[in-house]
Design a protein around this ligand. Structure first.
Ligand code: NAP
Length: 479
């Protein structure tokens, strides 16, 4: 903690906010203040934007191999400091250390992946249909980017954007979530150490997101917005981006169905449910939100899931043996409590959990609800907590219709041993990603993203860099 930067990172310099403002960073396990960081205002944002704009041309001309090697060095430094970064993440976000270590490795992997992609940016050449004239296609960085990240994966949501932006030759302003600024500042220091030129990455930590970001989106200097967060905020930012016709990538909320058919292997289904529900204490866009279980196996599935959930140890993420850390803050926990109360009032039975513990910290116990009414609010709200809500179904058409009956479409989980059914259902559910007999889909080598109101564009995979590139077509007339 002592060496972690707490100032803004602009043009390669560590700066206080122009008006001297700071904001506290809390430990969600105790409610105590860990430290204060600079709280940027509009003037700081303009300075960061100017640094990014000024550096764009030079950075775009930097050899892809040089960009690649910076990312590769940063990947190695992250791995060398994995333990330190994991402790920092647990301190500001709450997830257990084992999960924080997993996220550090996942986050680093985006830098390795995009270091490999930086040198594979292709173009094209062709003869036009008239048989005479030629075309040459080259791919150019889209320009200075605004990257906005949430608190739930403080490091990985940053590297998933910064990695392809650096690889593509874009400069950027990163605005992390105010609950978890330290991981992003630590990442900026690592990139600086890895040789990233001043001004390529600028980080503004702020409690005044709207005041800081809106002028950047409307101003004309920023050419690209890459946002990860809620659908409500994404919608607002899309509207703000329209004025200067800023290109956008949106990784938004989810409402994942988790479907267990009567022919599923229940061991796999319960293991998958534990992963899909409990990764990150349920504070994940990919978290299973609605468990649809065939009525013939629902009781057995519920009993086994409740047994596993009830055996999890809840406590501060730094303590040995803890499986479930605190939720991010009191507001987040209050939302989970209200959703459970609503479901119970509408007839749900609590198989395990469901009671907020006394004492400091934002803890909430792993909870399994069964007989959940389709009218419950948690059916169309991201729970963002360790609560599994089970409903039953009778046939395939019905469950597909119910799974698709939501404005979101990020991910779905399907458990069946039948190949035909697996393919049929995967093709019919309206989501960007499907976990087939698995509760985990995230992988830097795969395109991550959603359909419907879960987002626009993809992050990671071969296509992740495309979000930061534009085609330029050169017409060559031939005599
Ligand atoms: P959020 O409230 O939408 O905030 C996300 C980020 O946007 C934060 O940095 C936030 O800063 C900022 N923000 C809010 N209002 C803004 C504005 N007017 N202008 C500019 N920035 C603004 O979401 P969250 O609660 O932090 O994160 C949880 C959400 O993220 C969930 O819906 C989850 O599903 C989604 N998520 C999606 C993915 C994905 O890949 N699809 C991954 C992770 C999370 P402030 O907090 O200061 O407002």
């Amino acid at each position: 903690m002592t060496d972690t930067p707490t100032q803004l990172f602009i043009g390669g310099a560590w700066l206080d906010a122009a008006d001297g403002a700071t904001m506290p960073v809390d430990d969600p396990a105790t409610g105590e203040i860990l430290c204060h960081v600079a709280d940027a205002g509009p003037r700081d944002a303009r300075l960061a934007e100017a640094a990014a704009v000024q550096m764009q041309e030079e950075w775009a001309l930097t050899a892809p191999r040089a960009r690649s090697e910076i990312l590769r060095r940063a990947y190695e430094i992250i791995l060398e400091r994995a333990d330190e970064l994991a402790h920092l993440m647990t301190a500001e976000m709450g997830k257990p250390l084992a999960e924080a270590r997993g996220e550090v490795a996942y986050a680093a992997e985006f830098f390795r992946w995009f270091s490999e992609e930086a040198v594979r940016i292709d173009g094209g050449a062709g003869i036009l249909p008239d048989g005479r004239n030629r075309m040459l296609l080259s791919r150019r960085p889209v320009g200075p980017c605004l990257l906005i990240t949430p608190w739930n994966f403080p490091l990985a949501m940053g590297t998933r954007k910064i990695g392809p932006a650096i690889a593509a030759g874009c400069t950027m302003v990163l605005k992390p979530a105010p609950q978890t600024p330290l991981s992003s500042l630590a990442l900026a220091a690592i990139l600086q150490e890895a040789g990233l030129p001043d001004g390529v990455l600028n980080v503004v930590t702020t409690s005044r997101a709207g005041q800081v970001c809106e002028p950047l989106l409307r101003g004309g200097g920023i050419r690209k917005l890459s946002f990860t967060g809620s659908t409500a905020v994404g919608r607002l930012l899309l509207a703000q981006s329209a004025e200067a016709v800023v290109r956008t990538s949106m990784e938004l909320g989810g409402n994942a169905p988790f479907i267990v058919f009567e022919d599923a292997d229940l061991d796999k289904a319960v293991d998958g449910a534990m992963l899909a529900k409990m990764r990150n204490m349920g504070e994940a866009c990919t978290a299973a939100n609605r468990f649809f279980v065939h009525h013939s196996v629902a009781e057995e599935f519920g009993r086994r899931l409740a047994e596993r959930m009830g055996a999890l140890v809840v406590g501060p993420g730094t303590r040995d043996g803890v499986d479930v850390g605190p939720l991010i803050d009191r507001t987040g926990r209050g939302k989970v409590e209200a959703l459970v109360t609503d479901a119970v009032e509408r007839g749900a039975r609590v198989l395990v959990g469901g009671r907020t513990p006394e004492g400091p910290g934002c803890f909430y116990p792993p909870t399994v609800l069964t007989d959940v009414s389709p009218e419950s609010r948690l059916m169309d709200t991201e729970i963002f907590g360790p609560v599994a809500a089970i409903l039953t179904f009778d046939d395939e058409d019905e469950v597909i219709r119910r799974a698709n009956d939501t404005p979101w479409g990020l991910v779905g989980y399907v458990f069946t041993e039948g190949l035909d059914r697996a393919l049929r259902v995967s093709e019919r559910i309206e989501v960007g990603m499907v976990g087939l007999n698995t509760g985990l889909v995230s992988n830097p080598a795969a395109p991550f993203g959603g359909v419907k109101q879960s987002g626009l564009g993809r992050e990671g995979g071969r296509v992740g860099i495309d979000e930061f590139l534009e085609y330029q077509y050169l017409a060559i007339p031939m005599r």
